[in-house]
Design a protein around this ligand. Structure first.
Ligand code: PMP
Ligand code: GLN
Length: 387
């Protein structure tokens, strides 16, 4: 048999699938893969049910149904003061994953350099490479995840086509502040580059912090493609509804990729997400309050057991240093061991790097029921608690 594509064939199964499968196999509490439990807004689910019953059921426009594109534009104005034309600057995709692929396939020309910040979400690099991009990696290091400005500046050149920026950032929980964003904006201007902004956790930011889209900084409106996901904003990860916002000149090539990858997305779910995006501030504030409580509940429990728990400014992930508890295992071995022996699944942070020595941190997802978090802590306590 002739070989398949060598770039994609070089990758194994994604760590999220691997850990969820292992969790199911061992009856473990799954704090690994990032999907929420019990947080789905009932009115959005009801709207989808109605739309499924009533139709339409045929291909909507490849740009998305007007109601959702209008809702995405109105949401950007309400939360970020952005003036977006829903007809020419918003496109609906089948999840943020597709939106990312559309941006990368639509913008990268073989040989273009692409700056990526590790730890990075697992779909970025394979798609950059498949699109012919040359990756320039910059590392953030635990536990503080500070932006190494010199290294970032050194990764840029006049061949840089774009940077992928994930803020709030999975798995670090870092929310890039205004100073960091201004520094990044300066580099994009200097090297005439774009930014693909993965902002799927834009509404999951804690302790009075604010998520600032890079697109809102001076000069950035025309350089940024901003990606959102109903999976995160409405805790509906299985629906795979995402959206990209960019100026018409940037969105047009991105739409070319979309039309040949998925072309369109289920209209019924789009209609329901449109309703969701219009929900009042009480919904968005309630989501943050609920998740902040769960974050603190898990963090307190893990610290009491001896984990070194890092800060979490945004997202629903906590990273924890386990080296005081199991100094002899690396993070992948620890995750496997913890799932099989303690019945708690997590994700190794090294899976978000291409190499290097970050191998004693695991990521816990805390967007789970209180009962699941408590059960996980009880199980961990059996292994690591006072005997
Ligand atoms: N980007 C990041 C940083 C994520 O954590 C996720 C996770 N789900 C995605 C993109 C993909 O989102 P979607 O499920 O909408 O494709
Ligand atoms: N984004 C989720 C996570 O980080 C999972 C996405 C996936 O399973 N592909 O866990």
């Amino acid at each position: 048999m002739k070989p398949a594509n060598s770039v994609l064939s070089a990758y194994g199964t994604t760590i999220f699938e691997v850990m969820s499968r292992l969790a199911a196999q061992h009856g473990a509490v799954n704090l690994g893969q990032g999907f929420p439990e019990g947080l789905e807004p009932a009115d959005v689910v009801e709207a989808a049910a109605r739309a499924l019953r009533d139709g339409p059921h045929q291909y909507p426009s490849m740009w998305g149904v007007p109601a959702l594109r209008q809702a995405v534009a109105a949401h950007a104005a309400r939360f970020h003061g952005l003036d977006i034309d829903w007809e020419t600057e918003v496109m609906v995709t089948s999840g943020a994953t597709e939106a990312l692929a559309d941006c990368l396939f639509g913008l990268i020309e073989p040989g273009d350099e692409v700056v990526l910040i590790e730890p990075l979400y697992d779909s970025y690099l394979p798609i950059v490479r498949r699109a012919g991009g040359v990756a320039k990696l910059v590392r953030l290091e635990p536990p503080l995840w500070d932006l190494p400005r010199e290294a970032l500046a050194a990764a840029f050149s006049d061949r840089t086509k774009l940077l992928i920026l994930n803020s709030p950032m999975n798995p670090t929980g870092k929310v890039f502040d205004e100073g960091e964003l201004a520094f990044i904006a300066g580099l994009l201007e200097k090297h005439d580059s774009y930014a693909v902004c993965d902002e799927v956790y834009e509404h999951i930011v804690y302790d009075g912090r604010r998520h600032i889209p890079l697109m809102t900084l001076p000069g950035m409106r025309k350089r940024c493609a901003r990606i959102g996901s109903a999976g995160k904003t409405f805790s509906l990860t299985g629906w795979k509804i995402g959206y990209v916002t960019a100026c018409p000149e940037l969105l047009a090539p991105i739409a070319k990729a979309h039309q040949f990858l998925t072309f369109t997305t289920p209209p019924n779910l789009q209609a329901a997400v449109a309703l969701g995006l219009g929900k009042g501030f009480d919904y968005y504030n309630g989501l943050i309050a609920t998740l902040a409580e769960r974050r603190d509940r898990l963090a307190v429990g893990l610290r009491a057991l001896g984990f070194g728990v890092g800060a979490c400014q945004g997202t629903y992930f906590l990273t924890a240093d386990f080296s005081r508890l199991e100094p002899s295992l690396d993070d992948s071995a620890f995750c496997r061991w913890l799932t099989e022996r303690a019945g708690v699944a997590t994700v190794p942070v090294s899976a978000f790097y291409q190499g290097g020595d970050v191998d004693r941190f695991v990521r816990f997802c805390f967007a789970k029921s209180e009962a699941a978090l408590d059960e996980a802590l009880v199980r961990l306590g059996r292994h690591f608690g006072p005997s």
